[in-house]
Design a binder for this molecule. Structure first.
Ligand SMILES: NC(=O)c1ccc[n+]([C@@H]2O[C@H](COP(=O)([O-])OP(=O)(O)OC[C@H]3O[C@@H](n4cnc5c(N)ncnc54)[C@H](OP(=O)(O)O)[C@@H]3O)[C@@H](O)[C@H]2O)c1
Length: 414
C-alpha cells in the first residue's frame, strides 16, 4: 500500500479518503480503487482500476479511469500509448549497474517494458546501442568511479547494483572492494532511497570464499547507510555457469568441476533473478533492510545435471568427473583466459558447495523460482553448445589424455 496525495489531475477526479493500492503489472503501475478496503471514489461502491502516472512515488500527476481510457481510445487518443510514452511521462527513474551483464540487462529490459526510465551503466556504451533504441539512457563509465556513480544516481528513484567478478584481474577481491566503495558513495551522495543488490548465497559468511566474500562486504556496507531501503537478493548457483563447460565437453567429451558428483545443490536461471529484482524495483514496496534468497526450481547433483545437459545436446552418454583443483584451475587459465587468482576463486566456491559451507536457506514456496534445469538446457545451453565451434584435433587429443588421467587417478566420469 502506498500513500498518494489528493490533487489528481486528468479527466476523472477522485475525492480520496484513504490510501489506494498500487499494483505493478507488466505494463506499468495500476491503481486499484478498493472501496471494500475503505477507499472512497466517485464510483461509490465499485472496484475500479485506473492507470496512474507519477513523477515520484508520492507525486501523482495524472490519473485516468478505465472508463475514460476507453473513451480516449474511441477518440483515437492513445493516451497510454507506447512504452516510450510511459517512459517519458509516467515511469520512475532507475539506475541499472552491470546493464550489459546477464542479470542487469534483463532487469533493464523489464523496467523499460514496465514504462520506466532506465539509466543503463556500462564501460562501453556502444555495447548497449540497441538498449538505447528501446528507450534506455546509456551511461558510459566505471562502477569503480564514485563521482560518476553519484551523478548517474542523482535524482533516481532506485538503483540495481552488483559487484561483478572480473576474471581478468589477478586480485578479484581488490577490484570488488573498489566497486563496493564507489557504489556506496554514489548511493550516499545522491540520496537514492531504494536499492536492490545482486548479492549471493553464502553472503552471510565472513570468511573468504571466492567472490562471495565481496557480497558479504557489500551487504554490510549498504546496511550502514541511514534511511536506505535495500533488498539483498541471494541467488544460488547460476545455471549459466554451465556455459563455461562447453569447451571441456567439446574437447574431452565430459563435464567436470571440483564439486563432488553426488552433492545435491540448488541452481537458478538468471532470468528468474532479473524478474524478481524488477518486481522489487517496479513496485518500490520494500522498506528497511531485507534478504531474499532465490533457490531456483529444485536441487540437482552434477551427475543428474550432466545427464540433463547431455540429453539436450544429443549426447546422452555425457558423464561427469570431479576434477582435481589444480587440473581444473590450469584448464581455466590455459583455455578460459582466467587469471590464476580468478580460477582459484571459481574452484573455492565449488569446494565450498561440496563441503556445504556455501548453502542456501531451506527451500520454500517463497524462494523457489520457476525455471528448471531441463528448460535451461533446452532453451539456452543447447543453442549455445551447437553455436560453439568444434574443438580442433589437437585439443581433442589433449581431451582424451585428460580423460585417461582422470580414470587413472580414480576420477572416472560417472
Ligand atoms: N555465477 C554465479 O553462480 C553467481 C551466484 C550468485 C551470485 N552471483 C553474483 O552475480 C554477480 C554477477 O552477475 P552477472 O552474472 O549478471 O554479471 P556479468 O554477466 O558478469 O556482468 C557483469 C557486468 O558488470 C559490468 N562491469 C564490470 N566491471 C565494471 C566496471 N568497472 N564498471 C562498469 N561496469 C562494470 C560489466 O559491464 P561492462 O563490461 O559493459 O562495463 C557487465 O555488464 C556477481 O556479483 C556474483 O557474485 C553469481
Amino acid at each position: 500500500m502506498q500513500q498518494l496525495p489528493v490533487g489528481v489531475s486528468g479527466p476523472t477526479r477522485y475525492r480520496q479518503s484513504a490510501a489506494p493500492e498500487l499494483v505493478a503489472t507488466p505494463t506499468g503501475v495500476e491503481f486499484a480503487w478498493r472501496p471494500d478496503r475503505g477507499h472512497a471514489g466517485h464510483m461509490g461502491d465499485r472496484t475500479e482500476r485506473c492507470a496512474v502516472a507519477a513523477t515520484s512515488p508520492t507525486v501523482l500527476v495524472c490519473l485516468h479511469s478505465e472508463r475514460q481510457r476507453r473513451q480516449d481510445r474511441r477518440l483515437g487518443a492513445a493516451w497510454a500509448g507506447s512504452a516510450r510514452w510511459r517512459q517519458l511521462f509516467m515511469g520512475k527513474t532507475y539506475v541499472v549497474c552491470g546493464a550489459s551483464g546477464r542479470v542487469g540487462l534483463l532487469v533493464a529490459q523489464h523496467l523499460l517494458a514496465q514504462g520506466h526510465r532506465v539509466r543503463a551503466v556500462t564501460r562501453d556504451p556502444s555495447r548497449l546501442d540497441w538498449l538505447a533504441a528501446q528507450g534506455a539512457q546509456v551511461c558510459g563509465g566505471s562502477i569503480q568511479d564514485p563521482g560518476f556513480l553519484t551523478e548517474v544516481m542523482r535524482g533516481a528513484d532506485a538503483a540495481f547494483v552488483l559487484t561483478p567478478v572480473d576474471t581478468t584481474q589477478q586480485d578479484v577481491n581488490r577490484v570488488q572492494r573498489r566497486v563496493i566503495d564507489a557504489t556506496t558513495t554514489g548511493i550516499r551522495e545522491s540520496g537514492v532511497g531504494h536499492v536492490v543488490l545482486l548479492s549471493s548465497w553464502g553472503a552471510e559468511l565472513a570468511e573468504p570464499v571466492g567472490g562471495i566474500i565481496a557480497c558479504h562486504w557489500f551487504e554490510e556496507k549498504l546496511n550502514t547507510i541511514d534511511g536506505l531501503n535495500v533488498v539483498h537478493l541471494r541467488p544460488v548457483w547460476f545455471m549459466e555457469n554451465f556455459l563455461w563447460n562447453i569447451g571441456l565437453i567439446k574437447t574431452a567429451g565430459i563435464n567436470g568441476s571440483v564439486v563432488a558428483p553426488h552433492t545435491s545443490f540448488p541452481m537458478i536461471a538468471t532470468p528468474d533473478i532479473a524478474s524478481v529484482a524488477a518486481d522489487y524495483l517496479g513496485s518500490l514496496s520494500f522498506e528497511g533492510r531485507s534478504v531474499r534468497y532465490l533457490n531456483g526450481a529444485r536441487d540437482y547433483t552434477l551427475v543428474e545435471a550432466t545427464r540433463i545437459l547431455g540429453a539436450a545436446i544429443d549426447r546422452p552418454g555425457l558423464r561427469y568427473s570431479r576434477m582435481p583443483q589444480v587440473v581444473l584451475e590450469k584448464g581455466m587459465v590455459d583455455s578460459g583466459g582466467l587469471t590464476p587468482g580468478a580460477a582459484e576463486f571459481v574452484t573455492e566456491i565449488g569446494l565450498g558447495i561440496s563441503s556445504r559451507l556455501v548453502h542456501a536457506e531451506p527451500r520454500s514456496a517463497a524462494n523457489t523460482t520457476p525455471t528448471t534445469l531441463e528448460t535451461f538446457a533446452g532453451e539456452v545451453f543447447a543453442p549455445a553448445y551447437h553455436a560453439a565451434p568444434d574443438a580442433p584435433l589437437r585439443a581433442r587429443v589433449g581431451g582424451a589424455a585428460l580423460r585417461a588421467m582422470l580414470t587413472a587417478i580414480g576420477r572416472r566420469p560417472v
